[in-house]
Design a protein. Structure first.
Length: 228
């Protein structure tokens, strides 16, 4: 089962020689007192191993809650949906930040960033443009990687090989690639490429990978591991 696989990888990250203790993360968006992201606008990793197709609403989230909007079928990360949609995206105020210290290992930029849900097709459309996401991929000291996806075109301010500090700006929230609305897809990968759910819960693992899971405004804390 997918749940067992995710828990097993989590234990390897915690216990494997040379890997070190679990990496802890801050909220990967500069949320300014809850202004841009709200708890009800967060979709989590799917812990149900079955694939259902169709609209993809069937899933199980880290806390055992079922179905959309807690998660969606086959989802590998956590989506933080931008309050205000394209209007706020165009204001260029919602910055994605590094969730922990690390090194940028890859970026993708310049792709169309106004992809959206289509009532006509009941799917995502990029208005004829190629459906490719802008993203930043960071590797952390223990080999865990974090992926920051769907960023606004031309907004990425880091480059491959650059060392970044926790809380450092990476780019702006956008809607590039397979994205129904402006949001950040935040994905945590173990050193072997397996998905880790940063939230602790009955379907994930007992320990949270957030600095504080129940931080201000009902979201993970906006402070770094050694911060105030």
């Amino acid at each position: 089962m997918r749940r067992s696989i995710i828990v097993a990888w989590g234990l390897l990250v915690l216990l494997a020689p040379g890997v070190g203790r679990a990496q802890l993360f801050r909220l990967p968006i500069d949320n300014e007192g809850g202004r841009y992201i709200a708890p009800r606008m967060v979709l989590g990793v799917d812990h149900d191993p079955a694939y259902y197709g169709g609209l993809g609403i069937r899933c199980i989230a880290y806390d055992g809650e079922e179905n959309f909007p807690n998660c969606y079928d086959g989802h590998r990360g956590t989506d933080f949906i931008l309050r205000g949609g394209f209007t706020v995206m165009d204001m260029e105020v919602a910055w994605v930040v590094a969730a922990a210290d690390g090194i940028v290992v890859a970026i993708e930029d310049g792709n169309y960033d106004r992809c959206h849900a289509s009532i006509k097709t009941m799917d995502v459309t990029c208005d004829g443009h190629e459906m490719v996401a802008n993203y930043v991929l960071i590797e952390h000291a223990n080999g865990v990687r974090t992926l920051y996806k769907h960023l606004k075109a031309g907004s990425i301010v880091v480059s491959a090989g650059q060392t970044v500090s926790c809380g450092e700006s990476l780019g702006l929230v956008g809607s590039s690639g397979e994205s129904a609305t402006p949001h950040l897809h935040f994905e945590v990968l173990d050193p072997w490429g397996g998905v880790l759910d940063p939230f602790a819960g009955v379907m994930s693992q007992p320990e949270s990978y957030w600095v504080r899971q129940d931080g201000p405004h009902g979201l993970p804390a906006e402070r770094c591991e050694l911060g105030d």
